[in-house]
Structure formats: structure tokens, C-alpha cells
Design a protein around this ligand. Structure first.
Ligand SMILES: [Zn+2]
Length: 712
């Protein structure tokens, strides 16, 4: 890696992947935005000049398809979501220097300039290709307008991306057995002339670029494989109205618009420009950050994205930048997915913890920020659970950080009205501990690890607790007042350091702490140097910064969630893998809702093999339904008594509306007998009845195996 460590003298830009303006944000989405915000704030704490930007992705077929289904114009549809996002991010203290959108004038102009430049430099050519067309509706079907089968892995694929299978980007014409997502009509392929960006010419450059690229390792490894397999040129135009018109260099008009993935990343540049235009070039020089030409050296660009859009950020985008004298990204941080109870969030099935919902529950945004930033490495997939959330809040935020701050600052206030006077400086031991924390924070930034940023502070607070306990200032106050004053001065110094170093993760709480310490100005404006500067002086009686979450709260939240999860997923008891609907990726709303036919909902076969021993862990038995009745108050749940030979089990199944319950007794079923017990709507479920698909088609036996017979 050839990059100079942060902080550098260059301007830096931290970007977050653009959310598609077509649906509500959930906790899974927030992981990337919180991660980006934490990282940008940490860079600023190091004294690195930084712009933090993003914007809404207004174009593309997910937006157009959803708008069409709602009967509104794509522009109005997308603008409404854009405004929602622009309001939601600040509620979580995700504090962009600029949050624009891809349809605004700045981005339209910069996009047309850049594409014209690509064209004039000879990187764009025309080619006849086959595109999907709905002959009944007389409409071309780009991207999300069409679904079918992935030619690479056979998975059901939507439009331009095999998002349920091999995750490949799909070029127009590649999808097999195409069907219109709007009308359900079988599509045919027609020949059209489109524009192509010659990405394949950049294969060598991109290989070298990946060697230099910093960030998370997944952002390097995946694209290396794609390059080895051979890069295909990239179709950058579409047959549709919604989007940015293709800018022809010679003034000749086309009726094509640019593919959404052309103008989306350019919004990173446009958003930076809007920030610079507003703040002034002396505050931030957007061209110095983005251009790498005779007049500019380029800045430090860090892209924070979800791992499903790695290809766009490590192949297409750097090739576009490199071809047009822009600086290449320094780092790509690609976050793993967030699952819920081990399965993907699903917008269409309402299986999610929504951003608004979290706030309505009355939790402070800093708690979620801490949890998202530190629960697992950034590129790891992590599971969201309220229990784990409570545990982290109670143990680390309340138990370690909050406890240290409260006990030491209360003691300081009661005995000294704040920072003890007459102490010149913090002790050597404490200064060394703070220096170490600052070094850990610096390393965390250069390692692109938001988790390490959090750990650096919990470690420092842990040291503080141990320090005050070991030195017992309460015992020294009378006998050795100087020593007691030194210990408490040290503790106030640690508290000040925590305010500075924890600001990226818990900005609001740290500002309160900063004010509590009687410090001037805002903690958002200081650098890590402030961590070792002498504390201010007098301060008021401190309050508790974090509150414990009682166990009952978690039970209550889990019940709410379980109710929804049960309602949403009981239809698929046989449980195919849920669609992993991710951070800033295209949402699954449309295709799921319109894809009523069973074939269009088929999941790819699992790639990962298991050993026979793992199969043997499943205790599968033949059962005989003894009785079946609906559970009162639950729309979909039924309570079954199932005879398993050795005993009769009570099992809850999501089949209430899908089967005539009276006809079920005596039916043979297959039961997973050693599944963990669960409680659904207050009824214990002791096992699982296997069923296939959305209709919960019950699995039964071909012959007449006795109840209790093992299935193997
Ligand atoms: Zn595929």
C-alpha cells in the first residue's frame, strides 16, 4: 500500500452509497450510514480536512417501476423519498456536509460533462444489442422492468443484477426467459443500438489499482476474481425516459438515457461540489479533492458502501475516474449485511426494525450508533437482536463508560466544584493511557475499523475505572489531600479525553459531556490534541449519560418483532433463504409484490454444502396431526397437536389461512422434532412442521410410515 497515513495535507472525501429513493430506511441500511459518519468524524478528529457527502439515487428502474405501480411520476415519487431520507439521517446524527440527489442540476451537468469526456477520449462505442421488449404493452424493458433466470447461476434474477444468486451485474440481453415485471407478459428480445464503455481496456489498470486500494479486504478480493474471469464492456445507456439524457458529443440527439450506475457515483463529486460552493473554496476545494490532472493532485477518497455494490465501486467507477483525469478512490469500506434473527431484512415482508420505529421506542440514537459501529467487524454480516443491543448498552455504555464518568465527575464536583485546583498536569501514567487511546484511534482510522474506534474508548474508560478504584481518592481526601486532588484531576482528564475520542460514535452524548465538563465551544470542532489539554475548571453536578435498558423492554420489543416476523414469514415455513435486502442496494419491494407466480419466487440452490453429520443433527420424524385449531388473535397461526409415536407435541404453524384446518387431522406430516422451543402469540411451539413454499404445502409420506419413524 502506497498511501500516506491519515491525517494527510490533502482534502479527503468520505462518501456513503446512495440510497435508492424508493422505500423506508431500516436498521440494516443505517449500518453503512452510521459507519460512514463515524469514520468521517474520526478523520476530522485527527485533523484531516474532510467532506462527508452522499445523496439520493433518483434514477433507475427500481424507482421508475415503483412509481409506475403507484401511478405517480418518477420524479415526484423519488423526491418524496429523498426528502424523507434528508430528514431521517440527521435524526441519527448522520451529519452529511452535503446531501444532494442525482436528478439535480449539478449532477446532471457533471454527469453529462464526464460522459462527453469519456466519449471524446474514445472510450465509448456503439453496438447493436438485444433488449427485452414487451410486445403487448409496446414498451422496452430495461433492468428492473424485466425478470427471469440468471445465465451464470440459474437463480431467479431481477433486471441488471443477480441479487438472489451469484450477485453478478447482468448486462441487457443476458437474462434468460424474460418476463415483464409490470404486466407479467413474456418479453421478446429486439435489436437496439446502445452505447458501451470499454471497461475491458482498463483491466491492467484496475488490477494495479486493486493492489493499492485500502479499506476492507472484501472490496479487493471479489473484483480480483471478476478481472481474472475477463471484464466485459459495459452498456451505459437504456431505453427509457427517466434518467439523464445521453449527451452526444456531436450534438446529435439520441432517445437514450444513461444507465443509473453512471450518474449515481458522479453524485459523490456533485455533492462535494455543492458543499464547496456553499462553504467556499477556501473551506473545501472540490476540484483539488477529485481531479488528478496538470493543475490538481487529487485528494483522499473513501467510499463507504454495502457489500452488494462492490463491483460498481471497484471496477466501473475507478475506470470512469481514471479515464477522465479524476483521482482514484483510496479506500472502499464495504459493510456486511445485517440480519434479523439470522435472516435477511425484508422490506416487502415488513421484517425489519425501522429507523423511525427505533426512535419512536424512545432510544437515543447514540445507543444504536454504538451498537452498529462495534457489533462485529465492518465487513462481517451481523445479526441484530434487541437482547444483544441491551447487553452492549448496559455493559459497556452504562457499566464501563457511564459508570466511570458519573462516579469520578460526581466526586470531583462534590469535593472540588469541578477540576481540582493546584494540580499542574495529569500524572504520567494517565497521560500515557490517553496517548495510547489516541494512537489506537489513529490506527483504527488507518485500518478502516469503526469497531476499533469504539474499543479504544471502552478500553480507556475501563482503565479509568481501575485507576480510581486502585487509588481510592475517597480514602485520601482527609489524609493526603494533594494525592486525592491529583487522582481526581487525572479522572477529569480521562473524562475530557473520552468526550473527544468518543465523539465520532456518540456525538450527541459527547457534546453533553463536553458541556458538563465546562469546556468552551463544541466537541465537534476539536481534534485529538484536546484530549491531553488541561481540563477547564469548575463544573456542575453531573447527570447520568446513559440509562440502563431493563429486561422487560427487550421482552416487549421481541414480542412486537416476533409477532411481525411470525406474520411475515409463517407463510414460508419450509423456509427458503430470505432475500438479503441490504444497505444501499436496490430494494426488493416491487418484484416481490408483483411476482405472484411460484416460479418467479424460486430461490437459488444453496452453494454451501453441509456434511452428512450436520444433516444427522436434524431429528426429522413422521408425525400424524391429531388436531388443528386457529390461534385467536393471530392471522396466520394454527396450533397443532401432532402424534410423534413416543409423544404428542404441540406445534405452532403459519397455516391458518392456507389450509382447511378441519380437514387436517390424520394427515401425515414431517416434523423437525429437535428445533428449539419457541413461543408464538403466547403459545409454545415444540417442533416444526415442514411445508413447501408460500402456500405452505405440507410435506407428507408416500407410503404409510408410522408416526415417530425417523426420516433419513
Ligand atoms: Zn447469478
Amino acid at each position: 500500500m502506497s498511501h500516506e497515513d491519515f491525517p494527510t495535507d490533502d482534502p479527503a472525501v468520505v462518501t456513503c452509497g446512495l440510497p435508492y429513493a424508493n422505500g423506508d430506511l431500516h436498521v440494516g441500511h443505517l449500518r453503512t450510514y452510521v459507519g460512514g459518519d463515524v469514520y468521517a468524524r474520526a478523520l476530522e478528529r485527527l485533523g484531516q480536512q474532510t467532506a462527508f457527502v452522499s445523496g439520493s439515487d433518483m434514477h433507475g428502474t427500481p424507482v421508475a417501476v415503483n412509481a409506475e405501480q403507484e401511478g405517480v411520476s418518477p420524479e415526484n415519487f423519488a423526491l418524496e423519498w429523498h426528502e424523507r431520507y434528508a430528514e431521517t439521517f440527521p435524526k441519527f446524527n448522520v451529519d452529511f456536509d452535503n446531501y444532494g440527489h442525482t436528478h439535480d442540476e449539478t449532477n446532471t451537468e457533471l454527469t453529462r460533462d464526464l460522459v462527453r469526456d469519456l466519449d471524446e477520449r474514445g472510450h465509448v462505442y456503439e453496438k447493436e444489442i438485444m433488449v427485452a421488449y414487451d410486445p403487448v404493452d409496446d414498451q422496452y424493458l430495461p433492468d428492473r422492468y424485466v425478470e427471469g433466470t440468471c445465465p451464470y447461476c440459474g437463480a431467479h434474477a431481477r433486471g441488471d443484477e443477480c441479487d438472489e444468486g451469484c450477485q453478478r451485474h447482468l448486462e441487457p440481453g443476458e437474462i434468460e426467459d424474460p418476463v415483464s415485471t409490470i404486466t407479467g407478459n413474456p418479453a421478446e428480445y429486439r435489436e437496439r443500438t446502445h452505447k458501451f464503455f470499454a471497461v475491458s481496456e482498463f483491466a491492467d489498470y484496475l488490477s494495479d489499482f486493486l493492489d493499492r486500494l485500502e479499506g476492507t479486504s472484501n472490496a479487493r478480493n471479489q473484483p480480483r476474481e471478476w478481472i481474472e474471469q475477463g471484464l466485459q464492456d459495459w452498456c451505459i445507456t437504456r431505453d427509457m425516459d427517466w434518467g439523464i439524457d445521453y449527451p452526444d458529443a456531436d450534438g446529435e440527439e439520441t432517445d437514450l438515457v444513461l444507465y443509473v450506475w453512471v450518474d449515481a457515483p458522479i453524485e459523490y463529486v456533485s455533492s462535494t461540489k455543492q458543499y464547496a460552493d456553499r462553504a467556499g473554496a477556501d473551506v473545501f476545494d472540490w476540484e483539488a479533492a477529485w481531479r488528478d490532472d496538470a493543475d490538481h493532485d487529487g485528494g483522499q477518497i473513501v467510499h463507504v458502501i454495502g457489500r452488494d455494490i462492490i463491483q460498481h465501486h471497484t471496477i466501473f467507477w475507478p475506470a470512469m475516474l481514471h479515464a477522465t483525469d479524476h483521482v482514484e478512490p483510496r479506500a472502499v469500506m464495504a459493510s456486511g449485511f445485517v440480519t434479523l434473527g439470522g435472516k435477511g431484512f425484508s422490506t416487502s415482508r415488513d421484517r425489519a426494525v425501522w429507523a423511525d420505529e427505533y426512535l419512536e421506542e424512545g432510544f437515543h440514537p447514540d445507543l444504536l450508533r454504538y451498537y452498529l459501529a462495534t457489533n462485529g467487524g465492518f465487513q462481517q454480516d451481523v445479526d441484530f437482536s434487541w437482547e444483544r443491543f441491551r447487553e452492549r448498552v448496559n455493559t459497556e455504555l452504562v457499566g464501563t463508560i457511564g459508570n466511570f464518568l458519573y462516579r469520578s465527575l460526581l466526586f470531583a464536583h462534590r469535593n472540588y466544584d469541578g477540576t481540582p485546583e493546584g494540580v499542574e498536569t495529569a500524572s504520567e501514567e494517565v497521560t500515557a493511557a490517553i496517548d495510547e487511546a489516541v494512537a489506537d484511534v489513529t490506527d483504527a482510522v488507518n485500518d478502516y475499523s469503526v469497531r476499533d474506534l469504539g474499543d479504544a474508548v471502552t478500553d480507556l474508560a475501563g482503565f479509568g475505572n481501575e485507576y480510581i478504584q486502585r487509588n481510592e481518592p475517597w480514602a485520601l481526601v482527609d489524609d493526603d489531600p494533594d494525592a486525592a486532588a491529583q487522582v481526581i484531576y487525572d479522572c477529569v482528564q480521562i473524562a475530557k479525553a473520552i468526550a473527544v475520542l468518543f465523539e465520532p460514535i456518540a456525538p450527541d452524548t459527547c457534546e453533553r459531556l463536553w458541556n458538563q465538563l465546562g469546556e468552551d465551544g463544541s466537541v465537534h470542532d476539536v481534534t485529538v490534541d484536546a484530549a491531553t489539554e488541561p481540563p477547564a475548571g469548575a463544573f456542575e453536578e453531573p447527570g447520568e449519560l446513559f440509562e440502563k435498558i431493563p429486561e422487560e423492554r427487550v421482552e416487549e420489543l421481541n414480542e412486537k418483532l416476533e409477532e411481525r416476523v411470525a406474520e411475515a414469514s409463517d407463510a414460508d415455513t419450509a423456509d427458503a433463504v430470505e432475500d438479503a435486502d441490504t444497505t444501499d442496494a436496490e430494494d426488493d419491494g416491487t418484484a416481490d409484490k408483483s411476482g405472484e407466480s411460484a416460479a418467479s419466487d424460486l430461490e437459488p440452490l444453496a452453494e454451501e454444502r453441509i456434511g452428512f453429520e450436520e444433516f444427522e443433527d436434524l431429528d426429522l420424524r413422521v408425525g400424524r396431526i391429531v388436531s388443528a385449531e386457529g390461534i385467536e388473535g393471530a392471522d396466520k397461526l394454527a396450533r397443532l397437536e401432532v402424534d410423534l409415536g413416543v409423544e404428542t407435541r404441540q406445534i405452532v404453524a403459519g397455516i391458518k389461512q392456507l389450509h382447511d384446518l378441519e380437514s387436517l387431522p390424520e394427515t401425515r406430516v414431517i416434523v423437525l422434532a429437535n428445533l428449539e422451543r419457541a413461543e408464538l402469540f403466547g403459545v409454545e411451539s415444540n417442533g416444526m412442521v415442514l411445508a413447501a413454499g408460500e402456500e405452505a404445502d405440507l410435506l407428507t409420506t408416500h407410503g404409510d410410515a408410522e408416526p415417530g419413524t425417523q426420516v433419513k
